[in-house]
Design a protein around this ligand. Sequence first.
Ligand code: BV8
Length: 239
Amino acid sequence: MKTVQPYKRIVVLTGAGISAESGIATFRDKDGLWAKYDISEVATPEAFARNPRKVLDFYNMRRRDVLGALPNAAHAALARLERTAGLDVLIVTQNVDPLHERAGTQKLIHMHGRLLSAWCTACDDKQAWDQDISLETTCRSCSAIGHMRPDIVWFGEMPYQMDTIDDALAEADLFVSIGTSGNVYPAAGFVQTARRFGAHTVELNLEPSEGTSLFHQRRHGKASEIVPAFVAELTSGEK
Ligand code: BV8
């Protein structure tokens, strides 16, 4: 049955599950990162102050893992959605990998930072970065040595562009959450904000997330299968 395209302003939140089929580890799956590493030892400012080498090595390993990573059909489907005439689409990702960009997505917010960016704590400059960071690394802007950190939002730090995200959630008529377990705030609360402002809310995930009951609609399966199918419905108006 052909229906009129009902949605114009779409906000999509993605998490580690959208990159799983590209070979990038998730966090809370049984073989995920938090099964091997303790968040408090590798993903907080206190950990970095206490043992910077351990934290730098954790992110050096993850940065190397994404250098050759390729987007999958789910990332490609979202890039197609963005190119669909008449739609205003914003992708907000919790992921720090570059796969949305590599699929061609333009309007993108990395709310938890990016592995391919480094931040100098001496001059505050953030710069594109694909090498390891060590305590001997020199800032390309101010030449300070040993002041580079990953451009990553750690637990206890404020995610990036929250005002822009909140404004988009208030305007959205459709909110789609893809590949996230709904454990981490403020991202896990976006569905409630979107609902409060009247958006239709959909969860696309391998399995029900922590917040699954908060969504109007939910579909479970692999992102590389259910995301292209959902995007095809949105762009063709087919139900
Ligand atoms: C802040 C960067 C305040 C690091 C990350 C209440 C109680 C306790 C604590 C808090 C609370 N409210 C807020 C907090 C603090 C904390 C928090 O939420 N803690 C949690 C653990 C409770 N939040 C913060 O600290 C945030 N900051 O609140 O600041 C503030 C205010 C003022 C001033 C200053 C500060 C900052 C949070 C950001 C932390 N950084 N990442 C890194 O990447 O190394 S979070 C980390 O978790 C990752 O970014 C990750 O993206 C994110 C969420 O994980 P998911 O993406 O959901 O991944 P996960 O593995 O969990 O799930 C994957 C899902 O995919 C699963 O459901 C699985 O089924 C599915 N899946 C798997 N395969 C597939 C699939 N789906 C489809 N297809 C598949 N093939």
